[in-house]
Unconditional design. Structure first.
Length: 167
């Protein structure tokens, strides 16, 4: 199961919690849950039904993972939960192409070694501490770098390595 599927299922589970519906569906919905259900639009009801079918299709182990993630989510501070909801809503508003691009980047990120991730985060913190003018200069240098041909980039890298080795 991939990350977007898990996020969708977690959202489904949160909706069920909001509606007061148990995961097993064995209990009768509360009057409050029925009222909330009646306030939903037909498209929201249809989506909720589809998500419930997706929930039912999960294995016992997958449902357990989702339940654990919900418990983890509920244990987070309210500000963190709000940040996650906001990011999820932003992701959901992306076009399919943008989502695919983001998923691809995420998969590349997950393949990085912990050391590489640490170096990237350190560079990002350094970048954040630059003045706006310095950030713009760095962005301009990066744009120029991207315009170089692969051969020109190799040449520049060789020159940089030579300079570093002389120090």
């Amino acid at each position: 199961m991939n990350v977007p599927q898990i996020k969708r299922i977690i959202l489904l589970a949160l909706l069920f919690i909001l509606l007061g519906v148990s995961a097993g569906m064995a209990q009768t919905p509360s009057p409050e849950a029925i009222k909330k259900w009646q306030q939903l639009s037909e498209s929201e009801k249809t989506e909720l039904r589809q998500r419930f079918k997706a929930w039912q299709s999960l294995s016992k182990e997958e449902k357990q993972v989702v339940r654990q993630r919900i418990r983890t989510f509920k244990a987070l501070p309210p500000e963190e939960r709000q940040r996650i909801r906001k990011n999820f809503a932003r992701f959901e508003s992306l076009s399919p192409e943008q989502k695919a691009k983001l998923r691809k980047r995420y998969q590349r990120w997950r393949k990085l070694s912990p050391e590489k991730i640490q170096r990237i985060r350190k560079m990002y913190r350094r970048y954040q501490n630059l003045s706006p003018e310095q950030q713009e200069q760095l962005q301009e240098r990066y744009r120029k770098w991207k315009q170089l041909s692969p051969e020109e980039r190799r040449k520049v890298r060789r020159q940089l390595r030579q300079r570093r080795s002389r120090r």
